[in-house]
Design a protein around this ligand. Structure first.
Ligand SMILES: Nc1ncnc2c1ncn2[C@@H]1O[C@H](COP(=O)(O)OP(=O)(O)OP(=O)(O)O)[C@@H](O)[C@H]1O
Length: 611
């Protein structure tokens, strides 16, 4: 029997289209090329994509024709505000016989609010600055007669300077005149951020299928209050460890403990604003988001030294990154594609199509079926995952606690005093070699190179050396492996007013006066190149240092910038590109195995990672 089984061909999953949540690196979506996934949300997968040397975030719907994503696009189109993620384009991706809407947004580099707070141990004033920005962003949303409906730390990103917050994910949002999509009592959202009036409505209309709660700006303000409470104290206003019914009861009837009680380092005036946002009656909250922003601005400007104390000081162990499980994939791409198709079929049969893709909070006394969030696919993903990790039933039938749908909730720190710690200070960058002197003996071999060592490049170097020892010829060596930027590099880029994809013209040599420019000899190793043009923040004759890697082309990774105007070297993350903005410089035909020549000039482009 076993022999028979061994002789029979193994059943293979049929070939199928790549699922929209598993696009590989390099796959094109319209003109955008996938770099890597950034994460998965309730109704789509967000990819880092690239076009013309610039990065964007592309959100691709999980369900064909998903009207929520289309609505998110329309909403983003209306709301134009520096504090709200910018929409750049929208389109449809064809996967098999289906069309999946996608949105292309600016790529916001940064950390979600709570993670930022955990890493930076901010003061009340620093947090308040970000809360003010959130309030102004909400004001911009509300002014468009729209509501966000899912305001929470996980839907914000704090830029690396820690001074700017961007409100993200308007996927649960709604605006006046939009086609109704909600088929349940409550619209999509996250349970711990749900207002008492929404809960009251859900309880009252639990048995009325046609009743739909209409969230308004006051609901967003309540959620903002929860978010503020959480970032200031490390806790939610009501314990998320309560049984669901008790949690609802507490939110509906109990006054929230003051944020100052939860964390004595929260200034009184700030705690009072948060308390007002958490009022049970919407009319007792601020009338508009603008009012919240103004109240916060006033309190912060009048606040004394207490506002500049860190809100906590103990260093906390990093929680397991969110979404890790969600990002794990089952089997190989073909198997995943097949499983995905099966699950889609099932999903469509059961749910009657993507338009019912709302997840709801049922009133607690009704059932404990579905917690409030938009991750209806969690069950499906759980199934895929369970298959992948050996069929753990626990994944399919988790013990649901309040707010479990919001993954961050499960990891709420028990007390603010668990504290946060300052992020490690940026590693110092060694000073690069000055480009002044040309090598007299061989003026065309890395004339600007030095012997500087750079922290991150130490990882690449042994690999290259290893490859060289193995006897691989430069032409046949693989591309250098991806590498993170040195600490502080992205900050330098933004301080100098550049964005990813911006580039500076460089010369591979210091040209001598009157000398005819020609191809130059280069070799692998430390390299310094001269910036040949003037830029508003980078004067001509500044230079960047890093390392050249010789492979099928000559790649350059530059990690240190010395401004001609003086000052210490600045960490940067810049990649050598040719005049067509292609990565690396072409090996000129006159190159040999041992003597590689490239064109004398090119450019160095700001990147957020060495790919
Ligand atoms: N424009 C962007 N720039 C950078 N990262 C982004 C951008 N948009 C989304 N992301 C990241 O992609 C991930 C998924 O985002 P998405 O908005 O789809 O879902 P979510 O907010 O994680 O979940 P849910 O939709 O269930 O609330 C998040 O980690 C988010 O920070």
């Amino acid at each position: 029997m076993d022999l028979l089984r061994a002789l029979l061909p193994r059943a293979k999953p049929p070939e199928g289209p790549t699922p929209p949540d598993a696009l590989p690196q390099g796959r094109r979506v319209g003109p955008w090329r996938v770099v890597r996934p950034l994460g998965q949300g309730g109704n789509g997968t967000v990819y880092l994509v690239r076009r013309w040397g610039r990065h964007y975030a592309l959100k691709l719907a999980t369900c064909p024709g998903d009207p929520r994503l289309v609505r998110e696009g329309k909403l983003l189109q209306r709301v134009k505000h520096p504090g709200v993620v910018k929409l750049r384009a929208a389109g449809q991706w064809v996967g098999g016989a289906e069309r999946f809407p996608y949105l292309v947004m600016e790529y916001v580099e940064g950390l979600p609010l709570y993670e930022w707070a955990r890493q930076t141990c901010p003061t009340a004033r620093q947090v308040t600055r970000l809360l003010i920005q959130t309030a102004w962003a909400l004001e911009a949303v509300h002014r468009q007669h729209a509501v966000h409906r899912d305001v929470k730390g996980g839907n914000t990103l704090v830029r690396p300077d820690g001074k700017q917050l961007v409100l993200m994910d308007l996927g649960a949002g709604d605006y006046e005149g939009a086609t109704p999509l909600t088929t349940h009592v409550l619209p999509p959202g996250t349970e711990v951020y749900l207002s008492p009036e929404a809960m009251a409505f859900a309880q009252l209309h639990a048995t009325t299928p046609e009743a739909h709660y209409k969230a308004g700006p006051a609901d967003d303000l309540y959620s903002l209050g929860v978010m503020a409470y959480r970032v200031l104290t490390g806790q939610y206003p009501f314990s998320t460890h309560l049984p669901r019914d008790m949690f609802w009861l507490a939110v509906s009837t109990q006054p929230a403990r003051s944020a100052r009680e939860a964390n004595p380092r929260v200034p009184e005036a700030l705690a009072a604003i948060v308390h007002r946002l958490l009022a049970k009656q919407p009319e007792n909250r601020h009338a508009h988001a603008r009012e919240v922003a103004e109240a916060l601005e006033k309190a912060s400007s009048e606040g004394g030294a207490e506002w500049d104390e860190p809100l906590s000081d103990a260093k906390k162990k990093a929680p397991k990154p969110q979404g890790v499980l969600r990002r794990r994939r089952a089997g190989n791409p073909r198997e995943r594609a097949w499983m995905w198709q099966q699950l889609q079929k099932k999903h469509r049969l059961r749910e009657g199509g993507p338009s019912q893709n709302d997840a709801v909070a049922s009133a607690p006394h009704l059932s404990s079926r579905v917690p409030v969030n938009r991750k209806k696919h969690w069950g499906l993903r759980g199934l895929v995952l369970a298959i992948a990790v050996g069929g753990s039933l626990a994944l399919l039938t988790p013990t649901r606690q309040v707010g479990e749908g919001d993954q961050e909730i499960a990891r709420v720190p028990p007390s603010p005093d668990a504290g946060t710690g300052a992020a490690p200070f940026e590693a110092p960058i060694s000073a690069p070699a000055a480009p002044a002197a040309l090598d007299k003996d061989d003026p065309r071999v890395n004339p600007l190179s030095g012997s500087t060592s750079y922290p991150k490049l130490s990882k690449v170097l042994p690999l290259c050396v290893g490859l060289a020892c193995a006897g691989g010829s430069p032409a046949t060596r693989p591309m250098p492996p991806p590498e993170e930027c040195p600490p502080g590099a992205l900050q330098t880029m933004s301080d100098l007013g550049f964005e990813e994809g911006d580039y500076l013209h460089v010369s591979m040599i210091v040209p001598r006066k009157g000398e005819k420019r020609e191809n130059v000899l280069v070799k692998e190793g430390p390299s310094t190149v001269l910036i040949t043009r003037r830029y508003p923040t980078v004067p001509g004759k500044s230079f960047v240092s890093g390392r050249l890697l010789v492979g099928d082309r000559v790649y350059g990774r530059y990690t240190s910038l010395v401004l001609a105007s003086g000052g210490p070297p600045l960490p940067v993350c810049m990649e050598l590109v040719d005049i067509g903005v292609n990565r690396g410089l072409e090996r000129e035909p006159e190159s040999s195995e041992t003597a590689v020549k490239v064109y004398h000039s090119g450019a160095v482009m700001f990147v957020d990672r060495f790919e």
